[in-house]
Ligand binder design. Structure first.
Ligand SMILES: N[C@@H](CCC(=O)N[C@@H](CS)C(=O)NCC(=O)O)C(=O)O
Length: 237
């Protein structure tokens, strides 16, 4: 008997990884179902490393054997099939600006975030310098959000969902400090996301995939729009 999940692309994931989070958000919004395999980064399964020897999540193995190894590629793959909420509108309007924004996010901003949040792994004495550099970028996001509801324009789209998981991490590093910054628009934008049903849908906890096993169907159902941006969701730790 062919199992139902065999027909879905395989999505290798790690729940708390912001790259995997943005990719799950896009898959969910596109209404595509995948076989999600939750892994531990400290104990990567052989099957995952065979699919993608570089060993970072997310990775999506398509049914035709194509392997997507970058979160941005996964977002584009999903949204180019179905984009009911217009996430790609911003890219259609301004392809160069969108690419430059995402490059700055995945490049300098992520560098500062890591060297601030995980300072002990880098140079502990440089933590505050990196917080300052990251904060300068966050202040720019706040200024943009003062003039329009979302980084992508009049509603959350590609730029927002690519960014929100990383801003969430920046806050987690020191929530008291983050909440005390003069960024009312950024705070509101992040909070609305954290309380959304969309966020709750992609943050469910799944058992770690076992070699030889079958993952879980994600999202569990697409008919009832579990990823609907308009609905509030339960709080997620
Ligand atoms: N450029 C990659 C970066 C992905 C990435 O670095 N993911 C982290 C987890 S958040 C990872 O898998 N790191 C490998 C490890 O920790 O061993 C993407 O956009 O998908």
């Amino acid at each position: 008997m062919v199992r139902e999940t065999n027909r879905h692309p395989i999505f290798w994931s790690f729940r708390r990884c912001p790259y995997a989070m943005r990719a799950r958000l896009a898959v969910c919004s596109a209404g595509i179902q995948v076989e999600l395999r939750e892994i531990l980064l400290r104990d990567k399964p052989d099957a995952f490393l065979r699919a993608s020897p570089k060993g970072t999540v997310p990775v999506v193995e398509l049914v035709d054997g194509t392997v997507l190894e970058e979160s941005r590629d996964v977002m584009h793959w999903a949204l180019s099939q179905n984009d009911p909420d217009g996430w790609l509108d911003v890219q259609h309007r301004d392809p160069d600006g969108t690419a430059a924004f995402l490059d700055a996010l995945d490049g300098p901003f992520k560098t500062h975030l890591d060297r601030y949040k995980y300072a002990s792994r880098f140079d502990p004495e440089a933590a505050l310098k990196h917080r300052e550099e990251g904060a300068a970028m966050l202040a720019k996001f706040d200024s943009k959000l003062a003039t329009q509801p979302s980084l992508s324009g009049d509603r959350n789209g590609l730029l927002d969902f690519a960014t929100l998981p990383f801003v969430r991490q920046f806050r987690i590093a020191d929530a008291i400090w983050f909440d005390a910054q003069p960024w009312p628009h950024l705070h509101h934008w992040l909070q609305a996301f954290l309380e959304s049903r969309q966020f709750a849908s992609v943050m469910k906890k799944y058992a770690v995939w076992q070699e030889g096993g079958v993952g879980v169907t994600f999202p569990e159902a697409i008919e009832n729009k579990t990823c609907d941006a308009s609905k509030a969701g339960p709080s997620v730790e």
